[in-house]
Design a protein around this ligand. Structure first.
Ligand SMILES: C[S@@+](CC[C@H](N)C(=O)[O-])C[C@H]1O[C@@H](n2cnc3c(N)ncnc32)[C@H](O)[C@@H]1O
Length: 240
């Protein structure tokens, strides 16, 4: 089933019921692979893409972020319309991540700040370099678009401006290349700081476990409906 279909079932039946219904359909090797994925998810590092033009660039960023084990990717879609990652570049990786769309940089920043993220604006030529970014707190790394870079509004909302040093004649890296370089280094540093590969909270882990197992089962909606009918028929209470 598709992620959004399973999310609707999670809303209707709850995490426990989805897990109970989906798990018997999965082979042990599949369950073990999904658990490995959960162990490696890093929720304390995230990226923000502001007003992207090119869906292929965005998709390449999603793919890199997923490959490094990130959970969330934020887009600020104020001037460009809602972000759609190109499927031929994403190759399905978006189903292992949560994509959050925001109307404005301010709204995105306030939501990230509430969750305890320190925010870094990536701006070519900034004094603070990638290697100097402190990794002792959750980090949100903001990227600008291909033509204009990160807006001054977004930069002002961030705690640091950071760059990757360049030595050629080129003035900036391609956006998705920058994302890959930042996430590669910061994910490794954050994992070393945490002393762990992943850092999912127990609640998020349980939710993702249910969603991932649910997406592996065709006809999960029917299985859940039947299980509920059987419970009602036998006089057991059902959770909604
Ligand atoms: C093609 S660049 C944008 C160039 C734009 N003309 C500018 O001056 O920012 C797209 C994005 O990649 C990131 N980026 C590219 N090169 C970078 C570098 N050397 N250091 C930090 N970020 C970089 C930034 O997020 C930038 O907004």
């Amino acid at each position: 089933m598709k992620g959004h279909e399973v999310d609707a079932l999670l809303d209707e039946y709850g995490v426990d019921a989805v897990l109970e219904a989906a798990t018997p359909f999965l082979e042990d090797t599949r369950i073990a692979r999904l658990e490995e994925g959960l162990d490696a998810k890093l929720q304390s590092l995230t990226i923000v893409l502001e007003n992207l033009y090119d869906p292929h660039n965005g998709a390449a960023a999603v793919r890199s972020a997923e490959a490094f084990g990130l959970c969330d990717l934020h887009t600020v879609d104020g001037t460009t319309g809602v972000f759609h990652a190109a499927p031929d570049v994403c190759l399905g990786t978006q189903k292992w991540m949560d994509l959050h769309s925001h109307h404005s940089a301010a709204e995105c920043a306030s939501s990230l700040r509430e969750q305890g993220f320190v925010m870094c604006a990536t701006v070519p030529g900034s004094e603070l370099e990638l290697e100097d970014i402190p990794v002792d707190k959750p980090l949100a790394i903001w990227f600008g678009n291909e033509r204009d870079g990160l807006s001054s509004k977004a930069q002002a909302l961030c705690d640091h401006r950071v760059s990757i040093e360049m030595h050629g004649f080129c003035q900036s890296f391609n956006l998705s290349v920058s994302v890959a370089m930042f996430v590669h280094r910061l994910a490794a540093k954050r994992r070393a700081y945490l002393g762990a590969v992943g850092d999912l909270s127990p609640g998020r882990r349980e939710l993702l476990r249910a969603r991932w197992r649910g997406t592996s089962v065709r006809g999960l909606d029917k299985v859940l409906r039947r299980a509920r009918q059987e419970k009602v028929a036998s006089g057991q209470s059902v959770s909604s």
